[in-house]
Design a protein around this ligand. Structure first.
Ligand code: NAP
Length: 497
């Protein structure tokens, strides 16, 4: 029975490289890799060898016969990605040349050309993009990596951004732990670049500085009333329930019947799911204990996740919707919101599959409280309230009709945003450091020895594993510069922190 990729898919494509018959797609070389919501196994080509299971860092792949009931739908999701496949008809022929240079290799490889005998690389940040970059760099004996992390614990969003009930996804930290045990890497915690050490000092002591600081702020929602008490960002709540030291006081007010979440990406779904989960089920997770106590006395009966566009544009991904529908189950859609929405009108199979599942959810009876209601086509125009938020005024998108939804808690979940890094050229429109495939680019061209990866390079999109390919690209360019003798020679004294 073929193997199946399930909800926790992180997209790092380790399975793609492990598979001997090239049955997992899209591969990083294929155009749809950047936009895919997960990777899919072709059931007609899979030889059931299990190599992908060992390679997956988050335990997302299971043999079909071991699928649990709440993950059963993923067999169909994988197969539907290969609609034209017939038995024995491999969609993509096995090809010895299709692997990227970043595919796993057993032995370290030597740098060539004009590369220095020792290449010292500073990585700023220790989240997924930083750790995947370190992994790539450490495949070369000449490279020494020092990771600088502002917080007292490493791994960034893998530790403080993934929902506590997504335990498989959180297990990617075990891979990062393994990378951190390499003899040629050192992780320095509690060091903030710009405060404890300047960027110039780092550059003076390393051949290359790789900025992997992520997108640490929220996109601001600019509507009247958004500064009222009772309004906060969903990401502050994520930090709060994950014990992020910056958000220990970001306790949301749960002494209210209804919370409204503005935006319907996966962050919105994560927060809504945690708010509507049985606290006893959360107790066995890594959730912050103070947050768990607060959730135990929550009075919430409904969390409404509101999108400004229609369901065909939902920002949440299919794996997360399946998780809500089949595992969490406390989710509902008002059938009236789906009137006239026909999955068959959409060519994109992911969109039509999402719409079919939304119709299925809408046809169910309302779940027990507290539950999540997914709502569409409402653009927020103001947060209502005098001394604190009492609701949100929306306009039905594309009309003049306004609707007020009462709520004592309002969360904005409209995406992350990168912030300018002193000393690095910033693209204000995209919230990224200006770069060309990871090489930092100033007005007069690439800046030798300065690189970026992760969300500060490409913007806040994709999954944890997306950073593997992204960092692979940056590191390939960094090493190419090393071999071309294009990295500046560090001549400063070592910084003792
Ligand atoms: P996101 O996926 O970009 O979603 C942002 C949402 O905010 C969209 O619904 C967007 O609507 C809406 N929005 C933006 N501006 C708005 C405005 N002015 N008024 C009202 N709505 C507005 O952001 P995210 O949820 O923060 O996720 C960031 C990335 O992390 C994504 O790639 C996500 O998949 C990933 N992530 C993954 C997981 C997981 O795999 N479990 C968990 C968390 C995050 P429009 O579409 O109309 O612009």
């Amino acid at each position: 029975m073929p193997h199946v990729i399930t909800q926790a898919c992180c997209g790092d494509a380790s399975c793609v490289y492990a598979c001997p018959v090239n049955c997992i797609h899209p591969t990083p070389e294929e155009p749809d890799f950047g936009t895919a919501e997960m990777l899919y196994i072709d059931p007609q080509t899979c030889v059931d060898c299990g190599a992908c299971v060992s390679a997956c860092p988050v335990g997302a792949i299971v043999p079909g016969h071991r699928l649990t009931a709440d993950a059963a739908r993923f067999a169909e999701v994988n197969a539907d990605h290969y609609p034209d496949a017939a038995p024995g008809d491999a969609r993509f022929p096995v090809n010895a040349n299709w692997r990227l240079p970043m595919a796993p290799i057993d032995k370290p490889t030597a740098l060539t050309g004009a590369a220095p005998d020792e290449v010292r690389v500073a990585i700023v940040g220790s989240g997924p993009s930083a750790m995947y970059a370190a992994d790539e760099l450490l495949r070369h004996d000449e490279v020494r990596v020092t990771v600088y992390e502002r917080l007292s614990a490493p791994f960034g969003l893998a530790r403080f951004g993934v929902a506590p009930d997504h335990e498989s996804t959180r297990s990617v930290s075990e891979l990062f732990d393994e990378i951190a045990r390499h003899p040629n890497i050192e992780i320095r915690l509690n060091v903030e670049i710009g405060t404890d050490i300047t960027l110039d000092e780092l550059r003076a002591t390393h051949h290359a500085v790789l900025w992997a600081g992520g997108a640490p702020t929220d996109r601001p929602l600019q509507i009247p009333g958004v500064d009222l008490p009772g309004v906060q960002s969903a990401t502050s709540v994520v930090g709060w329930y994950n014990g992020h030291p910056d958000f220990l006081r970001a306790t949301p007010d749960l002494d209210t019947d209804r919370a409204v979440v503005i935006g319907n990406g996966n962050v919105a779904l994560d927060v809504a799911r945690i708010f509507t989960s049985e606290p006893d089920r959360l107790a066995s997770t890594s959730i912050d204990r103070t947050a768990l106590t607060a959730l135990r006395s929550s009075r919430l009966r409904e969390v409404v996740v509101v999108a400004r566009r229609g369901p065909e544009h939902a920002a949440f991904t299919m794996p997360e919707l399946i998780g809500l529908a089949d595992s969490h189950r406390r989710v509902w859609v008002d059938p009236a919101e789906l009137a006239g929405v026909d999955p068959a009108d959409h060519d994109d199979p992911t969109v039509s599959a999402k719409l079919e599942l939304l119709h299925e959810i809408a046809a169910r009876p309302k779940p027990a409280e507290p539950f999540i209601r997914l709502s569409f086509g409402h653009t927020p125009v103001a947060v209502v309230g005098d001394e604190r938020a009492t609701g949100v005024e929306f306009v039905r998108t594309g009309t003049d009709e306004t609707v007020v939804l009462d709520a004592g808690l309002v969360l904005t979940a409209i995406g992350y945003r990168g912030k300018p890094v002193p000393g690095l050229p910033f693209d204000d429109q995209h919230g990224t450091v200006r770069n060309d495939a990871g090489r930092v680019v100033a007005d007069d061209g690439p800046v030798p020895g300065l690189f970026v990866t992760g969300w500060i390079k490409r913007g806040p999109t994709g999954f944890i594993g997306t950073n593997k390919t992204d960092s692979g690209e940056t590191v390939a360019n960094l090493l190419a510069d090393a071999e071309a003798g294009a990295l500046p020679k560090p001549d400063g004294r070592a910084v003792g922190v």
